[in-house]
Every structure is written in structure tokens, then in C-alpha cells.
Design a protein around this ligand. Structure first.
Ligand code: NAD
Length: 467
């Protein structure tokens, strides 16, 4: 069945190439209408999947998706226009353009943590670039995946866009097909599996992966503001955010003050007592028992090795609840400091000076995001120049993800390629170089054989001109 859908899409993709911009705009409009008419169901599905608060669903799932559609619609004419580039002297008479050609049939694989947005945002770029697509959302968010399937089935013909439900086995079957592009969002571990499968067909890949996103808070920072923004960025979606601050490097002399501010803001967001926080409707749950157990094990291991739980620490496996938790003195060999945490556990790591903080980051894999809270221009410059990461947010958390004018993506273990706005469109397009010759092109005969002495002299002259 998968092969049939793929073959139908392959055929339709050839037809789609001939369609005008209007078809792409209509598809984006239809998708927008479908989202708007299913708003209540979207909120309900995400609440059922992991008690995601309605405000968080609207803000972090629906808004970025609609914004991506609006941005694509307003920019599409500009993006799709062939871009004229300069032509060197030797090619005098010809014109050179870059055409953005659809890749063809694309596979989009999504994770569970923002199941709505991370399935549809890449689809928007794929449609804007004129592709067909097969979508494979996560098996963990069954309610959202089912709703997405309904929404896609109602909106698109299967030879254009089709959503397939299933887990790793379904992915394995899909990955055996010769797609024209694969856009994968998920863990680094599965990213490697995807890239290996893609290599069999030489399929291009965009890998939006995870990792440990460090946050630096130096002594010059506005600590109250930093603590508030970190508490929001870390505990949004119960820490299950790819760009969530993973651990905080805090300069020694402000550690106590920062901690007090952090605790104050966690209490302000989710409740003053452990019981209030447990019952908070503003705090999401962990996606499954398995994932809750993984976090509980990390916490237990760290505590066994003398880590200090300075805030929170409550665990309720049955109800998929891990309290917003702050830890200190975590052993560098514990999973908490080695693996992406992807939950509401926040280790604090004190440091002496910015050189030490930079060294700490550079000793590890290149992160997806890096945050620095500072009022020192020098420290900010040093961090920007001396570290490498997918993106950086200075004096805030997560917000760089929300700007469609900037590319979003990782580097090394945190991914390759980028998404959002033009960069997403470009990822789903092939940049085709088109050189068109004019009558002046006869001049190039000067360099054809037979190579007489004067032609050789002319070629030598060309080298001297550095053209
Ligand atoms: P995951 O890698 O386990 O799963 C992602 C997708 O891959 C799912 O659709 C799943 O069905 C499929 N999959 C799982 N195992 C597979 C296998 N063995 N073979 C083939 N396919 C397989 O990731 P997840 O747990 O759903 O999501 C969490 C991860 O995603 C975190 O690491 C997070 O940082 C990352 N993430 C990255 C971004 C980003 O934009 N860079 C965004 C969200 C999440």
C-alpha cells in the first residue's frame, strides 16, 4: 500500500511541476482553513495526549503553524522567482539564473513533543516549494495523529499529500522507498538511522535533531529576568522541547541569588506548594510511562551520586508527572549531564569565568541552541565567536525559533539543513543553475581547439586578468 501511494505521488509530482503558483497558494489556503475549522479539536487532542494546556497549544502549536502559512503566502512570489546572478567575463553574452525547482515526493517524519506544529510546518515549506508529501507523525501522540490524518484526508488528494500512522516499523518501510527528500525531526539516534537509509537511494535529508542546549548566566545578567525567562523556556511543555535550556552554567558569585529568583518564578508559574504544582493545569505531563520512567531513573541515579535536589523532585509515574525540579552538584558522568534531558529536570553547573563556561560547552557535541544571559558585551561576543551551535538567543529563551526570517536548524549532532520561511522553502527545493547563451556566445569559440599559439597567449592573458 505504501508503495502504491508513493508511486501515485511520483506520477502526480510531474503534473504538479507544470502548475502555476496559484495551485501552491490554494493548497496553503486550504490548509489554513482546515486548521482554523478544527481549532477546538486540536486543543482537545493535545490535552488528551499529554494534558497540554490550551494556551500552550494555541501559542506553541497553532500560532507558529498559521504564522508559517501566512509568511509563505506573502513571500511565495518572491521566493519562487528565478534569481538572476552575475555572469563572469569569460561567459560574456550569457545570462545566469537560479531556478527553485520542486524536489518531487518528500517524506516528513515528526516527533511527539510538538506533534501538530512539527508535522505541519515542514509540510507548509514542502507545499510552497511545489512538492508532494507523505507525513508520518509520532506513534506516541495517538489523538493528535488521528486528528491530523482526518484533517489531511479532508484537505488533500492522497496523490498530493497523505498521512500514514505508525511507529518505527512503518518508518522503516517508508525509508526503503526512493524519496526525493526526507525531512526528519527527532532524536540524534534515529537521525542516524534515517540518514543511513537515505544514503541507499542518495536521497537528500534535512535532520532537525536534539541535544543538550546550554544556558549561561553570568554575574552581569539581570538575574530576575533571566530566571523568569529560563523557568518559562525550561518548563514549557514540561521540558519536552528540543530547544529547552538543558542545563544552566551559572557564575559562582551569583548562584544563590539566581537560585532564589528561579524558585520564585517556578512557584509563580505553577504554584507555591508541591501539591499545587502537581495539580497545576498550566503544567503539561510527560508523554508516556516509559518516558516518565526514563526521567525518574535519571533523577534517581543523580541522587545516588550525591546530587542535591534544591527544588521539586516529586515523581508520579502512574500519572506521568515529574515536578519542575532544580538540581545541583550533579556528577558529570550521570545520564543527566550526558543525555538530552527532555523533561522538567534542570541541573545548575557553577563556573568561575567565561573561559571556563566556553570550554565546558566546547568539550561537548555542538548543541541545537545556546542561551546567554549577560549584560557584558565582551562575554556575549566571546560566546558567539568561540562556540558553535545551531542558533543562539541572547538574553531570552527559545524566541529565535519563532522568527521565520531566520533559519532554524542544528549543526553536527544537532542536525543539518534548516527550516522556517525561505530556508524551509529552499530545503524543499533544488537550486537549479540555468545558463542561457545569446548570439554573443560565439565568442567562446576563441577557446576551442585547435589551440594555436595566439589562443594559448589569449588564455595566458585571461589568467593574468584574474577574471
Ligand atoms: P524519535 O527520534 O524517537 O522519533 C521521531 C520519529 O522517528 C517518530 O515518528 C518515530 O516513529 C520515528 N522512529 C522512532 N524510532 C525509529 C527507528 N528505530 N527507525 C525509524 N524511525 C523511528 O524522537 P521523539 O522521541 O519523537 O522526539 C524527541 C526528540 O526529537 C528529541 O531529541 C528532540 O530534541 C528532538 N526534536 C528536535 C526538534 C528540532 O526541530 N530540531 C524538534 C522537536 C524534537
Amino acid at each position: 500500500m505504501l508503495e502504491q501511494i508513493f508511486l501515485h505521488q511520483k506520477q502526480f509530482s510531474l503534473q504538479l511541476r507544470k502548475e502555476s503558483l496559484k495551485t501552491r497558494l490554494e493548497s496553503l489556503n486550504k490548509l489554513e482553513e482546515a486548521i482554523r475549522s478544527h481549532l477546538a479539536e486540536i486543543i482537545e487532542a493535545l490535552a488528551k495526549d499529554f494534558q497540554k494546556p490550551a494556551a500552550e497549544t494555541l501559542l506553541s502549536e497553532v500560532y507558529p503553524t498559521l504564522h508559517e502559512i501566512h509568511f509563505a503566502k506573502s513571500q511565495l512570489k518572491k521566493w519562487t522567482r528565478p534569481r538572476t546572478v552575475k555572469t563572469p567575463f569569460l561567459l560574456m553574452g550569457s545570462t545566469s539564473k537560479i531556478h527553485y525547482e520542486p524536489r518531487g515526493v518528500c517524506l516528513i517524519i515528526a516527533p511527539w513533543n510538538y506533534p501538530f506544529q512539527l508535522t505541519l510546518a515542514p509540510l507548509i515549506s514542502a507545499l510552497a516549494a511545489g512538492n508532494c508529501a507523505i507525513l508520518k507523525p509520532s506513534e506516541y501522540t495517538t489523538h493528535t495523529s488521528r486528528l491530523l490524518k482526518k484533517l489531511i484526508d479532508e484537505t488533500f488528494a492522497p496523490e498530493y499529500v497523505k498521512l500514514i500512522e505508525g511507529g518505527p516499523e512503518t518508518n522503516a518501510a517508508l525509508l526503503s522507498l526512493p524519496f526525493d527528500h526526507i525531512f526528519f525531526t527527532g532524536s540524534t539516534r534515529v537521525g542516524k538511522i534515517v540518514m543511513e537509509a537515505a544514503s541507499k537511494h542518495l536521497t537528500s535529508v534535512t535532520l532537525e535533531l536534539g541535544g543538550k542546549s546550554p544556558t549561561i548566566v553570568d554575574a552581569s545578567a539581570n538575574l530576575a529576568l533571566a530566571a523568569e525567562k529560563i523557568a518559562w523556556g525550561k518548563f514549557l511543555n514540561a521540558g519536552q522541547t528540543c530547544v529547552a535550556p538543558d542545563y544552566i552554567l551559572v557564575q559562582n558569585e551569583v548562584l544563590s541569588e539566581f537560585k532564589a529568583e528561579l524558585f520564585k518564578h517556578i512557584e509563580g508559574f505553577y504554584g507555591k506548594t508541591p501539591d499545587e504544582r502537581r495539580k497545576s493545569p498550566h503544567f503539561a505531563r510527560i508523554i508516556s510511562t516509559h518516558h516518565t520512567q526514563r526521567l525518574a531513573n535519571m533523577l534517581k541515579e543523580a541522587q545516588k551520586d550525591q546530587a542535591l535536589v534544591s527544588f521539586g523532585g516529586d515523581v508520579d509515574i502512574e500519572n506521568h508527572y515529574i515536578a519542575p525540579t532544580v538540581l545541583e552538584k550533579v556528577d558529570a558522568h550521570n545520564d543527566l549531564m550526558k543525555e538530552e534531558i527532555f523533561g522538567p529536570l534542570l541541573p545548575l553547573v557553577p563556573y568561575k569565568d567565561i573561559t571556563e563556561a566556553i570550554h565546558y560547552i566546547n568539550e561537548r557535541e555542538k548543541p541545537l541552541s545556546l542561551y546567554i544571559y549577560s549584560n557584558s558585551k565582551l562575554n556575549i561576543e566571546r560566546v558567539l565567536n568561540e562556540t558553535s551551535s545551531g542558533g543562539v538567543c541572547v538574553n531570552d529563551s527559545i524566541l529565535h525559533f519563532m522568527n521565520p526570517h531566520m533559519p532554524f536548524g542544528g549543526i553536527g549532532h544537532s542536525g543539518m539543513g534548516s527550516s522556517h520561511g525561505f530556508y524551509g522553502f529552499r530545503n524543499f527545493s533544488h537550486e537549479k543553475a540555468v545558463l542561457t547563451q545569446s548570439w554573443l556566445g560565439r565568442m567562446t569559440r576563441l577557446i576551442y581547439p585547435p589551440y594555436s599559439d595566439w589562443k594559448l597567449k589569449l588564455i595566458r592573458l585571461l589568467l593574468k586578468w584574474k577574471l
